[in-house]
Design a protein around this ligand. Structure first.
Ligand code: Z5A
Length: 228
């Protein structure tokens, strides 16, 4: 089915999040999907976490510099929550209300995986912060890019070149293996929202898998598709 054959849903925009460990290709795939949707004349907003709004970008600088780690896992989690609160209120929710589709590079599952499963911040604290920051906003679709950890870290290192690894890239292999498991569990626990994407192929092949998942989950049933 080509994009031009699709009768795009109207009304509120759809909220699509990309998740996964280091170097799994989230940014690459978001760009490819956004280009494809824009070519089909969809209104698309690409954004990211932490960050995506002026206030949240300040928090991004704090956490990726390693400053948040000095404060301890709970306080670092609060920094991510503060960033998300600003991002949701000032960017994501207004865009969805206007009918724009929002593609977000990481969202609340990153907090569950990084701070919750691997960082051992209690689920009760994460749940409480989530109630405050995102309320009942839930992604319509979450694409979790899955890749052997060694390959993801190699890709991230190749992209970085001689630059210094950031606060999370610098963690040990066990940390990243734990993350992969955490994401696989998130996908298994919420199959109505999440699709696990095999990211261990060339970018265009992975993009094909992403497109299939989006088409199957978010585009109208064949009966409502206009044929060309
Ligand atoms: N974090 C958190 O702890 N809690 C939270 O609540 C939130 C975030 C929201 C943000 O980092 C950090 O914050 C993140 C988690 C934490 N940890 N770290 N680091 P970031 O935004 O700076 O980076 P990232 O989100 O982790 O992105 P990434 O993993 O570094 O990259 P990616 O977006 O997944 O991959 P990419 O940039 O698209 O590709 C990486 C390289 O691989 C690049 O050179 C590509 O050209 C190449 N690539 C991509 N796809 C392929 C394929 N298919 N084959 C070969 N090569 C490829």
């Amino acid at each position: 089915m080509s994009e031009s054959a699709v009768k795009w849903p109207s009304g509120r925009g759809r909220f699509v999040t990309f998740e996964g460990g280091e170097g799994t290709g989230k940014s690459t795939q978001i760009k490819k999907l956004a280009d494809r949707l824009k070519a089909a004349r969809m209104r698309i907003l690409v954004t990211r976490e932490p960050g995506g709004s002026p206030g949240a970008e300040i928090m991004r600088h704090l956490v990726l510099s390693g400053m948040g780690k000095l404060l301890g896992p709970e306080a670092e989690t609060l920094l991510f929550a503060a960033a998300r609160d600003d991002h949701v209120r000032t960017v994501i929710q207004p865009a969805l209300n206007q009918g724009t589709w929002v593609l977000c590079d990481r969202f609340a599952d990153s907090t569950r995986a990084y701070q919750g499963s691997v960082g051992r911040v209690p689920a009760a604290l994460i749940n409480a912060m989530q109630r405050v920051t995102i309320g009942d906003l839930k992604p319509d679709l979450t694409l979790i890019l899955d890749l052997p950890v060694e390959i993801g870290l190699q890709r991230a290192a190749a992209r970085r070149g001689s630059g210094t690894p950031d606060r999370f890239e610098a963690e040990k292999l066990g940390f990243h293996q734990g993350l992969r498991e955490a994401y696989r569990k998130i996908a298994a626990d919420d199959p109505a929202r999440c699709v696990l994407i095999d990211a261990n192929s060339d970018p265009d092949t992975v993009a094909g898998r992403v497109w299939t998942a989006l088409r199957d989950r978010l585009l109208p049933t064949p009966a409502s598709v206009v044929s060309i």
